[in-house]
Design a protein around this ligand. Structure first.
Ligand SMILES: [Zn+2]
Length: 144
């Protein structure tokens, strides 16, 4: 086992499936705290955005689809920018994976994602190898 890290056995829902997590508990907690902090900031930003949008939108409302307009004002969820919404979703997913001990496992090859990578990109779901492979394929696709 890599020194400085300790591994612990984690039982997952399926009784047959155990895996050794090589991410230290304190690293995991550090990443979790960072994610929660980022989520709170995003929500705060979205709230402020919402406040300023409501005053701006009074004039634009006529252009909006009338059916949607009342919901449009009421629904906080809808008002969050797509990019922020996407990021929030990724953060929620990562926190969820921490709770179910699936965090840090590459969704593509099932290998552990390295701790430095997780610290740099806490919402990632792929190890660097698979990510590069995916980006290479995407690039090929775009180039054709
Ligand atoms: Zn992988």
């Amino acid at each position: 086992m890599i020194s400085g890290l300790y591994a612990y056995l984690v039982g997952v829902a399926s009784e047959r499936k155990y895996r050794i997590m090589t991410i230290a508990k304190e690293d995991l907690e550090e990443i979790r705290a960072g994610l929660i902090d980022r989520r709170n900031k995003l929500l705060e930003m979205a709230k402020n955005q919402l406040k300023s949008d409501i005053s701006l939108d009074r004039n634009e409302m006529a252009d909006e689809n009338d059916l949607a307009s009342s919901e449009y004002l009421l629904s906080f969820e809808l008002r969050i920018r797509d990019r922020e919404k996407y990021l929030l979703r990724k953060i929620e997913d990562a926190l969820e994976r921490m709770d179910t001990d699936e965090y840090g496992v590459c969704e593509s090859c099932g290998e552990d994602i390295s701790v430095p990578r997780l610290k740099a990109r806490p919402v990632t779901t792929m190890c660097i190898r698979c990510k590069e492979e995916q980006e290479r394929k995407e690039k090929e696709y775009l180039d054709n």
